[in-house]
Write a protein that binds this ligand. Sequence first.
Ligand code: MG
Length: 374
Amino acid sequence: MENVKIERIEWARLTGERPRKAGCNSRLGEHGLHVRPPIARITTSDGASGIGFASLSREKAETLIGLQINQAYDTESSVSEEYRFMEYPLWDLVGQIQQKPVYAILSGKNGDFKAPCYDTSLYIDDLHIDDNAEAASLIASEALEGKARGHKAYKIKVGRGAMHMPLEKGTQRDIDVINAVREAVGEDATILIDANNGYNLNITKQVLAGTADAKVYWMEEAFHEDARVYGILKEWLNKEGIKTKIADGEGGASPNLIQWAKNGLIDIVQYDIFHPGFSRWLELGPELDEVNVGTAPHHYGGYYGNFVTGHLAAKIKNFEFVEWDHATTPGIDDSNYSISNGYVNIPNLPGFGLTIEEEPYQKALKENGFIVNA
Ligand SMILES: [Mg+2]
């Protein structure tokens, strides 16, 4: 990669569509039908190109023209901190140049690769329904749609009583939904729940006790992370013999989060796949492995994270799951990825194994994007 320079950058925001509208979480309204990933393509002086998610302005892109690839990436340290805002196109480009999938670059091994994933689409979609049993069967039917797409793990949004419903009825509905999903997906599936900080300690205990037979694998963002309260929750879980793990760290996480994880208060860390991103996770994941803490990057709403997240499993032993937010996005051909039996099957293709669909990409470039050239 000596002397290879960036010669051209294209950037556009694409629009993808989920198979069904995503409803509320405990603190926000409807998430809707669409995802809007910003996708850049960088082309080098010798004609190689890499594509990927990048939040990039034209001004920022102009500063990258003429950049030598080995200034931004080296095989030892991955994408250097300064250029991580465009780490995905850079990682993909390196994969194209080396003709290797990113997972193979990371692990040093060739061959097929897959990573466990979960269906993240079970939002609070039932607020129009008055009856809890009817609401629970709606969410259970959504879980079965995920099962039909190849999933074996499901994350359910909970915290209905935080603001959308009266507290008691909403909390009971959370319990009914979790139990109904377990009933629908069967014993060997994995169930995760996410309260987006809409619970407190007592409600968390009430819900985990009311769903003990459903064996919730992780409780995500029960409440704003707090070492004292997490300590009490941990003690209670041990006493009750409930094996649910504590997951936290998306969004505005406490700066103490990693220390709390190292102290055993948080079992699974969920920093975002875009911020701090892939290269940061390559540093952090192995560090968490050493203290037996799991890695499960957050990425809801980004579409592109569906595909790249699993490559991390090549380097992180305690990689837990890819968060899979199913959508179809004209402009990106993701057809080499598939889901079966609870895994993302990652294609044995250079880079991240995604390609541009020219016609819709060019259309988006004209409508909302830009091109900068040397
Ligand atoms: Mg979450």
